[in-house]
Write a protein that binds this ligand. Structure first.
Ligand code: PLP
Length: 408
C-alpha cells in the first residue's frame, strides 16, 4: 500500500511582502530572473567563467585583493562556522567581543571547536569597546584570534572595525569579522582595516536569495590553515579541500555548487557594481535618515545612539502600553510589511526595522511610516496624523538639495 497525503496540495505562490526585517531583504527583479535560468553543470566552462567573475565582484564588495574570496554554500551561519572551524584548533584561546545575539553565537562556535573563549562584554546597543579588548589581550597574551560582529543585527549597532582590528594586531592576534549585515550597506574596508578573515551573507544588504555566505581570507590566514597539524574538524567547511574547487588552479569536485543561487549572486553583485558601492552606502543612509525623521515625528526612540547606528537596521523602543507583537501582526496583515521582533533580552522591548539592499527605497519608507501612523494611533499612541510622512518628505528634500549643491 502506498501512503497518500491527507489533503490536496497545490503549487505554492508566496504572498507579496515588503521585507523590512533583519533579512531576507527584497530581491531585485534582475536577480530573480538570473535565478530562474536553466541549470548547467558545475564544471561547465561557462559556469567556471562565471565563478571567476563572482570572485572579482566579491573582492569589490569586500574591498579586498584577497585571492581566497568566494561564496560558501550555506547561509551566513555556515560562513561564521567556516571561520571558526578553520581558524580554531582545540585548546586555542579566542577572544569574542559580544554586544548582541551574534557575538553569543561566536562564543558557541569557539566552544564547539574545543577552543577556550574569553568574552569581552559590552551592553546590547553599545559598540564593542577597543579599550576593553586591549585589557583582555593584556591579561591573555596567548590569544591568537579575536572575533567580533561589525554590524550587530540584534541591536542595530555598528562597531568600529578598524579600531578593534588595530588593537588585536598590536597584540599579535588575527581578527575574524562578521560582516553579514554590513556588507553592501556600510563601508566594509577589508584590506584598509587589515581584516584577516571575514564572512557575510547573501540575503541582507546584497539582496540575493538566502543560502550563500561570501567569505574572504587573507593569504596569511590561508597559509596558517594549510599549515595546521590537525585536520579541520568539518569536512564540508575545510578550506584546504574547498580550495580545490574555488581556488585558481585546479577544479575538482567537492560538492555540487548551488548553481542557480550563484547565478543570482552574480547578478546582485553586478547590480552593486553598476550602482557603485559608495552610492549604495549613500542610498542606505538617505532612506535611513528619512525613516528616522518619521520615527521621531511619531515620538519613537532608537535603542542605539545616533553616532553608532546602522542605517540598514534600526532597533526602535516599543512605547509604553503598546502591544509589540500586535503591531507586527497588523503591519503584515494590512500592509504586507514585515519587520523584526527583539531577540534575547530585547524580546518584547524593541522592533527592528531593516532597510537592506533593494528594500532601501522611498516607497517602502513611506508605506512603513503611513502604516505605523495608522496602527499606532488606533492603539492610542499620540500621533499627529501625516506628520511622520511629512518629516520623511522634508528629509528627502534636504537630501536632494544637499546633493544638488555638491554637484553644482
Ligand atoms: C543574519 C545574521 C547571521 C546569520 O546569517 P544566516 O544567513 O541567517 O545564517 C550572522 N550574523 C549576523 C550579524 C546576522 O545578521
Amino acid at each position: 500500500m502506498v501512503a497518500s497525503l491527507p489533503n490536496k496540495i497545490g503549487s505554492f505562490y508566496p504572498p507579496k511582502r515588503i521585507l523590512m526585517g533583519p533579512g531576507p531583504s527584497n530581491i531585485h527583479p534582475r536577480t530573480l530572473t538570473a535565478l530562474s535560468q536553466p541549470v548547467i553543470g558545475y564544471f561547465d566552462a561557462a559556469f567556471v567563467r562565471m565563478m571567476d567573475e563572482l570572485k572579482s565582484l566579491l573582492r569589490y564588495a569586500f574591498q579586498t585583493q584577497n585571492a581566497l574570496t568566494f561564496p560558501v554554500s550555506g547561509p551566513g551561519s555556515v560562513g561564521m562556522e567556516s571561520g571558526f572551524v578553520n581558524l580554531v584548533a582545540p585548546g586555542d584561546k579566542v577572544i569574542v567581543c559580544r554586544n548582541g545575539v551574534f557575538g553569543g553565537r561566536m562564543i558557541e562556535n569557539v566552544e564547539r571547536c574545543r577552543g577556550i573563549p574569553v568574552v569581552v562584554e559590552d551592553a546590547w546597543g553599545e559598540p564593542c569597546d577597543p579599550n576593553k579588548l586591549e585589557d583582555a589581550l593584556k591579561q591573555n597574551p596567548d590569544v591568537r584570534l579575536v572575533a567580533f560582529v561589525h554590524a550587530e543585527t540584534s541591536t542595530g549597532c555598528e562597531t568600529d572595525a578598524k579600531a578593534i582590528t588595530d588593537v588585536a594586531h598590536r597584540y599579535g592576534a588575527i581578527v575574524l569579522v562578521d560582516a553579514v549585515t554590513s556588507l553592501g550597506g556600510i563601508p566594509v574596508m577589508t584590506d584598509e582595516c587589515g581584516i584577516d578573515a571575514i564572512y557575510s551573507a547573501s540575503q541582507k544588504c546584497l539582496s540575493c536569495v538566502p543560502g550563500l555566505s561570501p567569505v574572504s581570507f587573507s593569504d596569511r590566514v590561508v597559509e596558517h590553515i594549510q599549515n595546521r597539524k590537525d585536520k579541520v574538524q568539518s569536512w564540508f567547511m575545510d578550506i584546504n579541500l574547498i580550495l580545490n574547487y574555488w581556488g585558481n588552479t585546479v577544479r575538482t569536485y567537492h560538492h555540487t555548487a548551488p548553481i542557480n543561487s550563484l547565478f543570482a549572486l552574480h547578478e546582485s553583485l553586478l547590480l552593486l557594481q553598476e550602482e557603485g558601492i559608495e552610492n549604495a552606502w549613500a542610498r542606505h543612509r538617505q532612506h535611513y535618515q528619512a525613516l528616522a525623521a518619521g520615527f521621531e515625528a511619531l515620538g519613537l526612540r532608537f535603542l542605539v545612539k545616533e553616532a553608532n547606528r546602522l542605517p540598514q537596521m534600526s532597533a526602535i523602543l516599543v512605547p509604553e502600553g503598546i502591544d509589540e507583537a500586535l503591531v507586527r501582526q497588523e503591519l503584515v496583515a494590512e500592509y504586507g510589511l514585515e519587520i523584526g521582533a527583539g531577540l534575547g533580552p530585547l524580546a518584547g522591548k524593541v522592533w527592528r526595522f531593516g532597510l537592506m539592499g533593494y528594500t532601501a527605497q522611498e516607497s517602502h519608507v513611506m508605506t512603513c511610516l503611513r502604516a505605523l501612523d495608522t496602527i499606532l494611533s488606533r492603539m492610542g499612541h499620540p500621533v499627529r496624523s501625516g506628520e511622520a510622512e511629512s518629516a520623511a518628505h522634508r528629509a528627502y528634500a534636504a537630501w536632494h538639495t544637499a546633493r544638488a549643491e555638491k554637484t553644482a
